[in-house]
Design a protein around this ligand. Structure first.
Ligand SMILES: Cc1cc2nc3c(=O)[nH]c(=O)nc-3n(C[C@H](O)[C@H](O)[C@H](O)COP(=O)(O)O)c2cc1C
Length: 173
């Protein structure tokens, strides 16, 4: 598990080899195990492996540097969130998107599939392209595909931080 966490890297160069539906479904099945606020499972997923849809999605996603063969759009069911008593823009809904994103990326990696997060995209346009159901908001795209050589690399090479850079100990009581 720790080895998987440490070896996962964003993949921005992908081959055009299709992803078997069963693999995509396995990744989606893993996503439902992500922890959620109040165990309410308000994340929703819109998946596509259709080349035309992915091409259109790429056109409205400046942050999508790869050409994925599949995408999982992580959405939030805002209408249901409100029914459950959450504020429509509750912080925990964004946290749920993050737990789902990490789970999808790690599940893909565990299956030997490359994954790349994208948040730089037009939510309105992506909603139309993906036909996102009413009441859901698309928040985070995970591009999926088989890793290829070359292509866009790591952002800001050599900036890998240590845990000590990121952590302070809370004072003793
Ligand atoms: C919230 C969030 C948004 C991101 N948006 C993009 C994006 O739009 N395009 C992109 O290529 N990478 C995006 N990334 C990936 C980061 O750039 C990447 O995780 C970081 O450079 C570290 O690379 P690594 O995960 O391979 O260690 C995003 C990551 C996160 C967590």
């Amino acid at each position: 598990m720790l080895a998987a966490i440490r070896s996962r890297r964003v993949v921005r160069a992908m081959t055009d080899e299709p992803l078997p539906r069963a693999t995509l479904e396995e990744i989606l099945d893993a996503a439902r195990w992500a922890p959620t606020a109040g165990n309410r499972h308000l994340q929703r997923f819109v998946a596509s492996d259709d080349p035309g849809t992915l091409r259109a999605l790429r056109m409205v996603s400046p942050g999508m540097l790869q050409r994925p063969v599949a995408v999982v759009a992580i959405c939030v069911d805002r209408d249901l969130a409100v029914d459950y008593g959450f504020a429509r823009d509750a912080h925990s809904l964004s946290v749920d998107v993050g737990t789902a994103a990490a789970t999808v990326l790690l599940a893909a990696h565990a299956l030997g599939v490359g994954g790349g997060p994208v948040t730089s995209f037009s939510r309105a346009a992506a909603g139309v392209v993906l036909d996102v159901p009413a009441g859901w908001t698309p928040e985070f795209l995970v591009c999926l595909g088989h890793p290829a050589q070359g292509g866009p690399g790591e952002m800001r090479r050599g900036t890998r931080v240590t845990w000590q850079d990121l952590t302070v100990w809370a004072p003793r009581a």
